[in-house]
Design a protein around this ligand. Structure first.
Ligand code: PLP
Length: 369
């Protein structure tokens, strides 16, 4: 049996007539960059989130960078973020000229460990940037409390957490802004790069929109220099077709995760993901921890199962951050887990048979069969 890590084609086939018509319409109307389809998607996304503004941009990395930049981050500033994430989270802090200050992850949930945030706050701290990694909301009660107490803006990296909720509230709406990626493999994915920022702050929305389009809101009126970070009409039209299905897809991912958890229960050598009380995990990634990870991944490969690691090197230990001089002891949990974590196939269309095959392959590996 083949079990791919993700199957984007299955989703396309389920939407094909509608999707093909939407794509054709953009081409017929040559609404290629920004334009009416982009405006329509921005309105739909803002409405779905119950926020005043959704500003589209070219990708999820730019969404973070543009937000931090327009919040005024720059040289001499520090932004607190989490030790395990995709590099966009920290790279964008550096792009503004600010310094990424990492915090270790929670042993149980893999998000930022809120117990360790305050000891990293200095006179230079200008913002906190948590990530809802794998689709599990970070501990938002604690984070919003810390931000309020220290007067720090909160920006949420929601690239892996479209419509995930914490205590009944959607992540991305807790702070001044939430940033999203619509990279094809994300829970809500385009057919190329795309991203957006959501906010209720009128002034931030105005600046972000301006900066993303060469510093202008009106043609040839450049109030500042900016960047070229725009969403394509094709991507917007594709996202508009997909948006009504996101809750169903997230629910199916969650059901698949519960099936995995049950099928993998009791295997000595495997730790399955925990569900945070009050948080709704949308399982962008289904991540286990396993003894002898490399051998297990090789066995799964032999049995037709693709896996991945998110991420094999935690951010502080990447060569890119060598200049910060971090040691394993600075982030002991991230250091230990980077050798144990293994992401199993996860997508809404995954079948019970596929899950059973993956689980049985893992069980037989640890049983020495
Ligand atoms: C995917 C991702 C991003 C960046 O999104 P792109 O659209 O690929 O630029 C940022 N943060 C996290 C946590 C991500 O997973």
């Amino acid at each position: 049996m083949k079990v791919p890590f993700v199957d984007l084609r299955a989703q396309y086939l389920s939407l094909r007539p509608e999707m093909d018509a939407a794509i054709q319409a953009v081409i017929d109307e040559t609404a290629f960059v920004r334009g009416k389809y982009v405006k329509a998607f921005e309105e739909e996304y803002a409405k779905a989130y119950g926020v005043k503004h959704c500003i589209s941009c070219a990708n999820g990395t730019d969404a973070i960078y543009i937000t931090l930049k327009m919040l005024g981050m720059g040289p001499g500033d520090e932004v607190i973020t989490v030790a395990n994430s995709w590099i966009s989270t920290s790279e964008t802090i550096s792009q503004t000229g600010a310094k990424p200050v990492f915090v270790d992850i929670e042993p149980d949930y893999y998000d930022i460990n809120t117990e360790l945030i305050e000891q990293k706050i200095t006179k230079r701290t200008r913002a906190i940037l948590p990530v809802h990694l794998f689709g599990l909301p970070a501990e938002m009660d604690k984070i919003t409390h810390i931000c309020r107490r220290h007067g720090l803006p909160l920006v949420e990296d929601c690239a892996q957490a479209h419509f995930a909720e914490y205590k009944g509230r959607k992540v991305g709406t807790f702070g001044v802004a939430g940033t999203f990626s619509f990279y094809p493999g994300k829970n809500l994915g385009a057919y190329g790069d795309a991203g957006c920022i959501i906010t209720d702050d009128d002034e931030l929305a105005r600046k972000v929109r301006m900066y993303a389009n060469h510093g202008s809101l009106k043609k040839h009126q450049h109030e500042m220099e900016g960047v070229n970070s725009r969403m394509d009409g094709l991507q917007a039209a594709i996202l508009s077709v997909k948006l009504p299905h996101i809750h169903d897809w997230n629910r199916r991912r969650h059901e698949n995760a519960i099936r995995y958890n049950e099928a993998l229960a009791g295997i000595d050598g495997v730790v399955t993901p925990k569900l945070r009380p009050g948080a709704d995990h949308i399982f962008h990634v289904y991540c286990i921890r396993a003894d002898r990870r490399e051998a297990l991944a090789a066995r799964l490969k032999e049995r037709g199962v693709d896996t991945a690691v998110h991420y094999p090197t935690a951010l502080p230990f990447l060569k890119a951050y060598g200049y910060l001089g971090h040691k394993p002891d600075d982030f002991p949990v991230a250091w230990q887990y980077q050798r144990e974590i293994l992401s199993l196939p996860m997508f809404p269309e995954l079948t019970s048979e596929q899950i059973a095959h993956v689980a049985e392959s893992i069980r037989s590996f640890f049983d020495g069969r």
